[in-house]
Write a protein that binds this ligand. Structure first.
Ligand code: ZN
Ligand code: ZN
Length: 408
């Protein structure tokens, strides 16, 4: 049964996620834990008529080995040809499929300064590449596969084979892969429901949202010309693709200069191989002026210090507490899954497609509307059964959006 579902999952990633068309070039990023899934994806890409499939493989232990064994100055450099390689992929319209398992606390004993410098060097070097993503011409999708590290962390009391089977079951369920029925059809139906919420939110023209929950009393302005987006995205040529699998969220662009109050996170957050717990932020004038964390606050501090935009919000997303992933009742310790179980925000870079006409604006034009820019995009969860969200319009009128975590 597992093998059958794995094939269906690969088909869904290729036909719904990247929506591979005849003649498409594809670059597949995977880790060594997911080679079985990656092989199915590569086959499905060729069957869909891909012109080329280029695979880039990473390995957890090799990544760890670099941090533990390399000379110290290695972490301030990023080879130029790797940037050129990535840029050539973009110029030749290589659409991107990424499958990996979260690294969890793999890097917990690594020198934090090495992690920080390595991440700054890579982000700075790769910054010029981001403009290719802004045009919306590159289809991209991010999905996850199981790993022993991940399964063992979620189900520590089970023998490894059972823990792996349990994790795959959860991944398949979250991604609408079942024994009977086609995954592609199930995803089209799900997408239609998300589009209905998207349409309603866009019709409301809210200017700011008010969040209330235990530990949270927070107001966030929405960017001018903000656009709510849920489910599939469209390329300028009108080809749809699903950037995240699973996806349950409807998101838009907050105003980078309009956020006030206290915002408490409701789930732990994995950053650079460390897990931050019991944390939250205090905002003033759109900027984080203070934060607290019960565990690993240092990695959070590092993220906030990455650049000017790292202290401001770039995404606001709504997810009902009754979403299937939320109802599974487990924390996946993976942003891809946990953000789709919960309302969330992201610090850092906003999404150009979440501004009407954003793809065709200059950086400055977007910034004028309230669009945030940064080398980071860090999602954190604020949802739960006690969250109320209310929308306010510029004329002062208001409409409840979520009550006790559910769509009103
Ligand atoms: Zn999101
Ligand atoms: Zn996000």
């Amino acid at each position: 049964m597992y093998k059958e579902k794995l094939k269906k999952y690969a088909e869904a990633i290729v036909h719904i996620g990247a929506n591979v068309q005849k003649g498409d070039n594809i670059v597949l990023n995977t880790d060594t834990d997911n080679l079985e899934l990656a092989r199915e994806i590569v086959r499905a890409c060729w069957r869909a008529g891909a012109a080329d499939v280029d695979t880039i493989i990473a390995d957890n232990d090799m990544s760890l080995g670099r941090f533990e064994e390399a000379e110290d100055d290695v972490f301030d450099h990023f080879p130029e040809f790797k940037v050129e390689h990535a840029e050539r992929h973009m110029q030749n319209k290589y659409h991107r499929i990424s499958v990996s398992a979260p690294r969890l606390d793999l890097f917990q004993n690594v020198d934090p300064d090495r992690l920080r410098r390595s991440s700054i060097a890579a982000n700075r070097a790769m910054e010029p590449i981001m403009k290719y993503m802004d045009t919306g011409e590159i289809k991209w999708t991010v999905a996850a596969g199981a790993s022993e590290l991940w399964a063992g962390s979620l189900f520590p009391d089970l023998p490894m084979t059972e823990a792996m089977a349990e994790l795959w079951d959860k991944i398949f369920a979250a991604c609408r892969i079942s024994e009977d029925g086609g995954a592609v059809e199930a995803w089209l139906e799900h997408d239609a429901k998300l589009k209905a919420h998207e349409k309603w939110l866009n019709s409301q023209q809210f200017s700011y949202l008010h969040y209330e929950a235990p530990g949270t009393d927070f107001r966030v302005g929405l960017a001018e010309r903000h656009n709510w987006i849920g489910g599939s995205s469209l390329t300028p040529d009108g080809i749809s693709y699903m950037a995240n699998m699973p996806t349950e969220e409807i998101f838009t662009t907050p105003h980078a200069k309009e956020a006030e109050g206290k915002l408490k996170s409701t789930m732990p957050l994995a950053i650079s191989g460390k897990v931050v717990e019991d944390f939250g932020f205090v905002f003033e004038g759109g900027k984080v002026i203070d934060f607290f964390a019960g565990k690993n606050g240092d990695v959070l501090q590092t993220q906030l210090g990455m650049d000017e935009g790292a202290r401001r919000l770039g995404e606001v997303a709504l997810v009902p507490n009754s979403s299937p992933i939320s109802q599974m009742g487990i924390t996946f310790k993976s942003t891809l899954f946990d953000e789709n179980a919960s309302c969330h925000f992201a610090l850092g870079k906003a999404y150009t497609e979440a501004i009407v006409g954003g793809e065709n604006m200059t950086k400055e034009e977007r910034a004028d509307l309230g669009f945030n820019d940064s080398m980071i995009h860090l999602d954190f969860m604020v949802g739960g059964p006690e969250l109320n969200v209310t929308g306010y319009r510029s004329d002062g009128s208001s409409t409840p959006i979520l009550r006790n975590g559910e769509w009103v």
